[in-house]
Design a binder for this molecule. Structure first.
Ligand code: DCP
Ligand code: CA
Length: 410
């Protein structure tokens, strides 16, 4: 059976992702059995194992204690999610340079629709090589790529090609490519489904493909049809770019609960600027501002205000947040543990300036200038009056103040 689709789909998956990020940062770890997941004297499991460690039977999900028993010479490291998130963003940005039809699946895995892109790169194969090369040069990571007419075959091809692989399944070859593989390779077949199918004498994807659909329905219900199609190498699921964010927010927990007005105000100012910067970077305006407060007893409130006119100006976000804060503090006498500010009802910026309102224009120009300078010199290069009180309290990096929540290091 030939796939009816003429699409060309690429699946790209980074090899031993967490471990490889650590190896790129610390070349001494290269070529060695390395495990990210923590020290083996702690309870916990392997998150990622280098291919050298996998040779000893180590794999993700294995208890660290077992991993150490199987491979005592392995180097165990804690890892840092911030580093993986950053590597992931840079990985996705590289992919987006090649095709706008990008669907991130997880931190280190994505689909690209590359239908019709052959002419740009000579061939899709050349395009895949160029993607792999950029990932290696810019991130020091190796990626495996599968190319096929649909997602399911592309994903399995990438997995079979690991590590540092590239495997292309020609249109029309999907079914014969899948046929000899064990059913567990088919995404969606977990341990339970595998057990049921093995019980029926079905061990390979080819055997599954040959099963009458009616027989499958008895066991898998509504899921049967999709399973049957996938086993036959037919998959016309589209690439789905991620939905645009519906809201943007920043929050932080104070080192000590506080009612200090100037600290609350300055923190709110700083958070408002970070929210505003992201809004403008995304080319959006917000119609609603929400303040979040958590009090000493952990009770949490949110208060929202709908704006008359959508905005992306720090000052408007801050002013609105400050009014909400003032009202909230007048009604509640507890100390504040956490403060956050968010915006929602986001719309694309139409760049429609209100010609009558020169103060709105001035604010807009000011924010643009601030963003440009910060992009060049770091977030704290410009201190606006409203955040200055933070200067003595928090350590400063080029990229902003180090407050207490990871979301603020962005
Ligand atoms: N991960 C995790 N816990 C798991 C599985 C994965 O924390 N049980 C994290 C660590 C991995 C990352 O997700 O590095 C990506 O998962 P993959 O399944 O893609 O595994 P790797 O990238 O580590 O290896 P591979 O080369 O097989 O893709
Ligand atoms: Ca991976």
């Amino acid at each position: 059976m030939r796939s009816i689709s003429n699409s060309v789909i690429m699946h790209i998956d980074l090899d031993a992702f967490f471990v490889s990020v650590e190896q790129a940062l610390n070349p001494e770890l290269k070529g060695k059995p390395v495990v990210v997941g923590g020290k083996p004297d702690r309870r916990g499991v392997v998150a990622s194992a280098s291919y050298e460690a996998r040779a000893f039977g180590l794999h993700a999900g294995m208890p660290l204690i077992t991993a150490r028993r199987l491979c005592p010479q392995a180097i165990f490291i804690e890892g840092s999610f911030t580093r993986y998130r950053e590597a992931s963003q840079r990985f996705m940005a590289i992919l987006a340079d090649f095709s706008p039809y990008l669907e991130p699946v997880s931190l280190d895995e994505a689909y690209l629709d590359v239908t019709g892109f052959e002419s740009i790169h000579g061939s899709i194969h050349q395009m895949a090589l160029a993607i792999k090369q950029r990932i290696k040069e810019e991130l020091g990571l190796s990626a495996s790529v599968g190319i096929a007419s649909g997602k399911v075959v592309a994903k399995i091809a990438a997995e079979l090609s690991k590590p540092d692989g590239l495997l292309e399944v020609a249109a029309g070859e999907e079914r014969s490519f899948l046929a000899p593989l064990p059913i567990a390779k088919l995404p969606g077949i977990g341990k339970k489904a595998e057990g049921i199918l093995n019980g029926l004498g079905i061990n390979t994807i080819g055997q599954l493909a040959n099963m009458p659909l009616s027989a499958l329905k008895g066991h898998f219900g509504v899921f049967a049809e999709l399973l049957h199609r996938h086993a036959n190498g037919i998959d016309d699921r589209k690439i789905e770019p991620p939905a645009a964010a519906k809201s943007i927010s920043r929050e932080t927990t104070f080192a000590q609960d506080t009612r200090d007005r100037s600290l609350l105000k300055a923190t709110l100012g700083y958070l408002s600027e970070r929210v505003g910067a992201e809004l403008r970077q995304k080319g959006r305006q917000a119609g609603c501002v929400t303040l979040k407060l958590r009090y000493a007893d952990f009770s949490t409130i949110t208060r929202r205000h709908t704006l008359i006119k959508a905005t992306d100006a720090d000052q408007t976000i801050f002013d609105t947040g400050l009014k909400l804060l003032t009202t909230a503090l007048s009604l509640e006498k507890q100390l504040v543990r956490l403060i956050g500010i968010g915006v929602s009802n986001l719309t694309e910026v139409g760049r429609q300036l209100d010609m009558l309102d020169s103060s709105a224009q001035r604010l807009e120009r000011l924010n643009e200038a601030i963003d440009r300078i910060r992009k060049k010199y770091g977030f704290t290069a410009i201190q606006t009056g409203r955040t200055l009180p933070l200067k003595d309290i928090f350590p400063e990096t080029g990229d902003g103040y180090t407050l207490h929540t990871p979301s603020l290091s962005r």
